[in-house]
Design a protein around this ligand. Sequence first.
Ligand code: F1P
Length: 347
Amino acid sequence: MESNSGATLEEIRMQTGAWAEAVKIVQNQRSHIEELRWVECDQMLFIGCGSTYYLSLSAATLFQSLSGKISRAFPSSELLLSPSSVYPEGHGQSMLVAISRSGKTSETLQAVNRFSINNKGTVLTVSNNEESQLAGMGKLNFCIPSGKEQSVAQTKSFASMYVACTALTAVACNQSEISHSLSKIVPVGERILGNYEELARETGQNHALERFFFLGSGNYYGLACEASLKMKEMSLTVSEPFHFLEFRHGPISMVDKNTLVVGLLSEKHSDYEKAVLTDVQKLGGHTLTLGENNTDVEFNSNLPEPVRGVFYLPVLQLMAYYRAVSLELNPDQPRNLTAVVELEFPR
Ligand code: F1P
């Protein structure tokens, strides 16, 4: 089965080149980013669909924690269907970061159009397709072509755009240590890929596991959502994400010996987070932890926490890939999915 599903595997394994390009592309526009009218912006909005919505969730949380500015994420469609939930009454200017691998998803294009026509503020875009409409719609456009993919499910593209959002946040928030640390992520990523592909394969191929939960708090919640989506899209497996401590409030009733709970551990609150996983183990469930150290998947990066988000992705992407292949599914072409959703909207 691996022979006809090579694109996804290659894209996951080769993603660190796209991480490096993302850092470069953002840092090349450093002076333009610094010139944006950040102080006049009342709120940051991050939007996307599917994977790029989950990316937005993580990016908005990171941006708010480093800037102190209100930062929220929405599915692009909410700017069209529920604008009152996006723009508070009497609010001033927003800064919109529109994220899309293809740059062609019509909900995202329409949301940006509507935002601009209604003078809501400044638009920035993050994508992988320099020929797309979206890549020309922002005041600044961060396009990472080496993140482009053949596969339908996003892996390296997601990671490249996530790194771009981290780099953008670092420059916008004047966090020079984080900007500098981003130049060191590639060797760490390559080491993680090299050290843990076997673990990802064994876990993915373990058919005794029937359902998966991904737990993450803060900016790791969006990444937990994305990891869970990979499991669904590629391997058609029942999978759900939760904020760590939410798991005890109902979902834990699903735990049995056929359950794997994956913990995207933070540095600050790992004691609280590990306690949830201990509860899972007491109920006979299995756990897998990722984090800087003292975890099943150790990053050992010695880099500041805000740059570590991307390190959670490769092993979880590989796990979904190997599960799909072991179930004789083609991860390059998930069931019922197209790479881009293009809809007609009334003008
Ligand atoms: C968004 C997206 C993908 C998903 C699916 C449909 O695309 O939701 O995340 O895998 O194939 O489209 P994009 O706007 O990021 O190109």
